[in-house]
Design a protein around this ligand. Structure first.
Ligand SMILES: Cc1cc2nc3c(=O)[nH]c(=O)nc-3n(C[C@H](O)[C@H](O)[C@H](O)COP(=O)(O)OP(=O)(O)OC[C@H]3O[C@@H](n4cnc5c(N)ncnc54)[C@H](O)[C@@H]3O)c2cc1C
Length: 465
């Protein structure tokens, strides 16, 4: 690497959910941009995350709907899931979306250069890729994260799957063990149960999805148990060993579980181990995430980081929002208005189990931990007329109100289309509006959204007298 480095105005490392739009928009704004990517453009979301999982969740829901159609008076024969066909469909959709990302990059024109290869810092604002060095005054890291491996003795000597590998299985496991009851473990656990495999979820927390209030977690646990998923909660794997071509996990409560396949879904670690951050004076936290301030600045001048690698909530929409905040900050010409930062943003999210689990703002537990006073209303999802007509009654709705300002502090919904319904609350919260706005409105009957209005009217101040 002795020749002079190739200079760009902006270098972006990682073609993820922030990197792609940033690269395209910087190029369209006249900057010379290099986007460095070592795998597929589109990053985790398109290739190994949201797109493939939600495509497969749709197949699993179809199997479930057909299998349980008798409750609606519709009788069908045996349900056969052709996992190879499910995976083919998933691959087709992923390929289409990836091609869309490639077209987006091409549309940005000649100022954007896509460099294929692994980027590693070799000095301050100096990056090596395949023996060539690149430099720029502005560098943005969007390198994302990958599945974590838990420290369970023996686990490295038995065959395991991660969230990417499990989506390549062409035949159903005889028994799937899922290690981890967070959102990835829950989505895959239910998906493979509905495909027809026996499933055991082992989770060290007392409840699945244990960032949520316990009533929210219990609602989803009830559904999982009814569907025949074996839940081992409050226990961890103490050792792992091979067992007849499969895996045996010894658990901390003295029991053991044996499966033909084991999915490890215990969190995600940042892709910084081989990035050479020390050579560029880019500080990492103790877990390896890049340390950034509210304006995405790292400890190295001119170097920024966005998306999952900053250690914040790891969602596609958050990474995408990072891109637009950073782009505004780096291109605005100082009209005096304050630029947005990453601080204090409202970050709604949804777990795509069935029923879905969605939340925005504070949970009841978080409000209590922070000593924040709130009025709380909750109701069963089955109290919604539309839900009972559809026979989709599992779940609940919950809202937290600030008594002083009459603003929504948070909301959680477990129910079908919870990921859509939660936007009613996030829009109210983003607008700083009182939920009185939806009390006075007419809600279309019969819809699920009508239930959100009913929920709010369970708060004393909005109740009909
Ligand atoms: C199974 C699964 C399901 C998910 N489901 C959802 C969901 O439903 N909704 C949701 O909001 N989020 C979901 N996520 C999370 C979501 O995918 C991520 O939060 C999102 O992709 C944002 O990531 P990012 O932009 O930070 O980086 P990524 O999308 O991870 O992109 C990082 C890119 O950087 C590249 N890279 C890394 N290191 C280097 C290097 N040294 N040199 C060159 N290139 C490099 C990688 O190859 C990758 O392409 C899911 C994740 C998983 C794993």
């Amino acid at each position: 690497m002795s020749a002079a480095p190739i200079r760009f105005d902006v270098i972006i490392v990682g073609a993820g959910q922030a990197g792609v739009p940033l690269a395209a928009r910087f190029a369209e704004a006249g900057r010379r941009v290099a986007l460095i990517e070592r795998a597929h453009v589109g990053g985790t979301c398109v290739n190994y995350g949201c797109t493939p999982t939600k495509t497969m969740v749709a197949s699993a829901r179809a199997a479930h709907m057909v299998r349980t159609a008798g409750r609606l008076g519709v009788h069908v024969g045996d349900v056969q899931v052709d996992l190879a066909a499910v995976v083919e469909r998933k691959n087709r959709i992923v390929t289409e979306w990836r091609a869309g990302v490639e077209r987006r990059l091409e549309r940005a024109g000649d100022r954007l250069t896509l460099v294929r290869g692994n980027a590693r810092f070799v000095g301050e604002r100096l990056i090596g890729v395949n023996g060539t060095r690149y430099t720029a005054d502005t560098i943005v890291l969007n390198v994302g994260a990958r599945p974590a491996t838990p420290n369970v003795p023996g686990l490295d000597r038995v065959p395991t799957l991660d969230s990417t590998g499990i989506m390549e299985l062409r035949a159903l496991p005889e028994h799937l063990i899922v290690l981890g009851g967070g959102y990835i473990g829950c989505e895959f656990g239910q998906m493979f149960r509905r495909f027809g495999a026996p499933v055991t979820i082992v989770h060290r927390g007392q409840h699945l999805l244990d960032r949520e209030d316990s009533d929210v977690s219990v609602a989803i646990e009830d559904v999982f148990r009814r569907e025949g998923i074996d839940l081992r909660l409050g226990v961890s794997a103490s050792t792992a060993s091979a067992d007849q071509g499969g895996v045996r996990l010894q658990l901390t409560d003295g029991t053991a579980v044996t499966g033909s396949h084991a999915l490890v879904a215990v969190g995600r670690v940042p892709n910084t181990g081989d990035l050479g951050c020390a050579a560029a004076n880019i500080a990492l936290d103790r877990r390896g995430f890049v340390t950034v301030d509210d304006a995405y600045r790292t400890s190295a001048a001119g170097v920024y980081a966005v998306g999952d690698v900053t250690g914040g909530p790891q969602f596609t929409h958050t990474s995408w929002d990072d891109h637009r905040i950073l782009f505004d900050r780096l291109t605005r010409d100082g009209d005096g208005s304050p630029a947005r930062t990453r601080a204090g943003r409202l970050i709604p999210y949804c777990v795509f189990t069935d029923p879905q689990v969605a939340r925005v703002g504070l949970s009841e537990r978080e409000a209590a931990d922070r000593g924040i006073a709130c009025e709380v209303a909750s109701m069963p999802f089955g109290a919604i007329a539309r839900a009972s007509e559809l026979d989709e009654t599992a779940g609940l709705l919950k809202v937290l109100l600030d008594p002083a300002t009459e603003r929504v502090l948070g909301a959680a919904i477990v129910g079908i289309e919870a990921g859509e319904l939660i936007h009613i609350f996030s829009t109210l919260m983003q607008a700083g509006a009182s939920p009185r706005a939806i009390v006075d409105a007419q809600a279309v009957h019969p819809t699920l959204a009508e239930g959100v209005q009913s929920l709010v009217m369970r708060l004393d101040r909005f109740a009909l007298t």
